[in-house]
Design a protein around this ligand. Structure first.
Ligand SMILES: Cc1ccccc1NC(=O)[C@H](C1CCCCC1)n1c(-c2ccc(Cl)cc2)nc2cc(F)c(F)cc21
Length: 233
């Protein structure tokens, strides 16, 4: 049984990514807000657009700290950000949802989200994803690396130099694979399950524009940044 060992360079790479991930987190805690009181569908939509707008801003900051990202072709940098922003938002939402909370809080949070204004048809795929992320009990190193791996997906639309992106994504995949073997020795499939979540994330990507335009309210207003990143308006 080969002894899996994380090299010095891999330790350094992980440290950079995890520190950037922790540094660039959403300031106010939306879960706390949602648990404190019930908002109207309009207020929830506004809250979502504010959260998502600040999420894109922190995503850009996080991505700039991924070693090698700024040396990519500039159009490709934009294509990777545009292609991963929605996934990063759902991944972040899933991590917020699956945080350990006092008894009954997760149920209240789920109820508030169910009533927030999103149309019924999207609830099942969205909560299935949140629960499948929760079952993994991911460590923050795994969360940070998985987010970086999602951003560095070579086959996003309009990416020209896919090889250059692969060369950045591969070292992240290598260190994540080793981390999974070391942290979950009794679960050899854990790494594969983590990557499977990225596939599930892409399906949510597919729904997101409709989730927003079908929000139970009229006259959906988006910030200019969201119009850029989301396929709306
Ligand atoms: C948590 C976060 C961080 C950064 C960026 C965005 C968000 N996300 C949000 O603010 C929205 C709120 C927004 C207010 C209404 C209820 C859902 N949100 C969504 C969501 C639902 C549908 C879509 Cl289309 C997108 C997101 N899933 C959530 C799960 C949670 F556990 C949570 F606490 C908030 C969650």
């Amino acid at each position: 049984k080969e002894k899996v060992k994380i090299t010095k360079e891999q330790q350094a790479l992980m440290k950079v990514v995890v520190e950037a991930y922790n540094r660039h987190q959403i300031p106010q805690d939306v879960a706390k807000k949602l648990l404190q009181e019930q908002y109207s569908e309009e207020e929830n939509f506004l809250l979502l657009t504010e959260m998502a707008t600040s999420q894109v801003q922190v995503l850009v900051e996080f991505t700039k700290n991924i070693p090698g990202f700024l040396s990519l072709n500039h159009e490709d940098q934009i294509a990777l950000l545009k292609g991963s922003a929605v996934e990063a938002m759902f991944l972040r939402s899933a991590q917020v949802f699956s945080r350990k909370m006092p008894n009954g809080h997760t149920e209240v949070l789920e109820e508030r989200i169910r009533k927030s204004g999103i149309s019924e048809e999207f609830m099942t795929p969205m909560f299935n994803f949140y629960k499948s992320i929760g079952e993994l009990h991911m460590m923050q190193e795994e969360q940070a690396l998985l987010t970086a791996i999602a951003i560095l997906t070579p086959d996003r639309p309009y990416v020209k130099d896919q090889q250059a992106v692969e060369r950045l994504q591969e070292p992240m995949l290598d260190v994540l694979r080793k981390l999974c073997v070391l942290q979950h020795p009794q679960e050899p499939q854990y790494f594969a399950r983590l990557l499977g979540r990225l596939t599930e994330l892409r399906t949510l990507n597919h729904y997101h524009a409709e989730m927003l335009t079908s929000w139970r309210m009229n006259d959906h207003k988006f910030t200019p940044l969201l119009c850029e990143i989301w396929d709306v308006e």
